[in-house]
Design a protein around this ligand. Structure first.
Ligand SMILES: Nc1ncnc2c1ncn2[C@@H]1O[C@H](COP(=O)(O)OP(=O)(O)OP(=O)(O)O)[C@@H](O)[C@H]1O
Length: 292
């Protein structure tokens, strides 16, 4: 369990802003941090990693204080069990894929762990390549494998997929879910992409100007509560969930998630990533695929 209670005064172009975060994250949870640019998301990750020092507060991980301003405890990043992946790939250009993944591992364990990660991340064929011979998606897979090599308690991901095209992003999201399931690190992901928040996390914190304005499941946080009976929306299917004899389809419309009930017959034409039109028919919304 991670208990984070921190505050820090930040200096932004618009003047000072207080970043205040208080939250408890369970072991193995997948959390996203969502919010506008400059809200303080990256700084929060950096404080957990030990790269930025909070002005006050505590960060307790499995009962162990990583930071405690009152007791003057501040573990260095090296002593915190974390793996990190950022938007820019930050791989060592002169090392191969396998060497990049194994870099921080003790020599005697390196072969076994790197071998496993190459296999799990589907990178075996690329083990001997240098980063400049990889695509953006492949590089991020290497960065992810490297972040997991030391079996960190916490995985910190700062928009790792945002530079990738949609197709690659969806593929890497699946990969991320698979890796998370296998190694179960407590994961904090910063994302600007609402469909990503929805696909990957069970819980989201919305940060705005240094404060958590909303938190809960993506559905709770983003569902549109009042929908008029007469409407037409274009959106993208982000999740399909069986519910008894029908299905609940979650559709991303702008910045909102709209839930629509669909029958098995309607579901046959839908899948995650599909662009759809939601329109009202009498009082019940009607959902149908859009021609592409
Ligand atoms: N160590 C620091 N001390 C004071 N101010 C800081 C510090 N680090 C960052 N800031 C300021 O805090 C603000 C928030 O930055 P941060 O990168 O955390 O936002 P963000 O939500 O991650 O934004 P983006 O989505 O654009 O990455 C910025 O204006 C930045 O200049």
């Amino acid at each position: 369990m991670i208990q984070v209670h921190v505050s820090k005064r930040l200096h932004t172009a618009e003047g000072p802003m207080d970043l205040v975060f208080s939250g408890t994250i369970e072991q193995g949870e997948f959390i996203t941090l969502f919010g506008p640019s400059g809200a303080g998301k990256t700084t929060l990750l950096r404080m957990i990693a030990g790269l930025t020092t909070p002005d006050s507060g505590t960060i307790i991980v499995d009962g162990q204080p990583w930071f405690d301003s009152g007791r003057r405890i501040n573990l260095s990043p090296r002593r915190r069990s974390i793996g990190m992946v950022f938007q820019d790939y930050a791989l060592f250009p002169n090392l191969t894929v396998a060497e990049n993944i194994g870099l921080a591992l003790p020599r005697e364990k390196r072969g076994v762990i790197v071998g496993e990660l190459l296999e799990v991340a589907g990178l075996q064929e690329l083990a001997g390549r240098k980063p400049d011979k990889l695509s953006g998606g492949q590089r991020q897979r290497v960065a992810l494998a490297r972040a997991l090599a030391l079996k960190p308690t916490i995985l910190l991901l700062d928009e790792p997929l945002s530079a990738l095209d949609l197709q690659m992003r969806l593929k890497l999201q699946d990969e991320l879910l698979r890796l998370h399931q296998r190694y179960q690190p407590t994961t904090l992901l910063v994302s600007h992409d609402l469909s990503e928040v929805f696909r990957l996390s069970r819980r989201v914190f919305v940060l705005d100007r240094g404060e958590v304005t909303r938190s809960g499941s993506p559905t709770e946080v983003f569902s549109q509560s009042k929908i008029s009976n007469k409407f037409r929306f274009n959106g993208e299917v982000v999740h399909i969930k069986p519910s008894g004899v029908v299905y609940i389809v979650h559709v991303l419309v702008g910045q909102d998630i709209v839930q629509v009930i669909a029958s098995e017959r309607e579901i046959a034409t839908l899948k995650v990533g599909k662009r759809v039109l939601i329109a009202s028919k009498a009082f019940n919304p009607l959902i149908m695929p859009l021609d592409e």
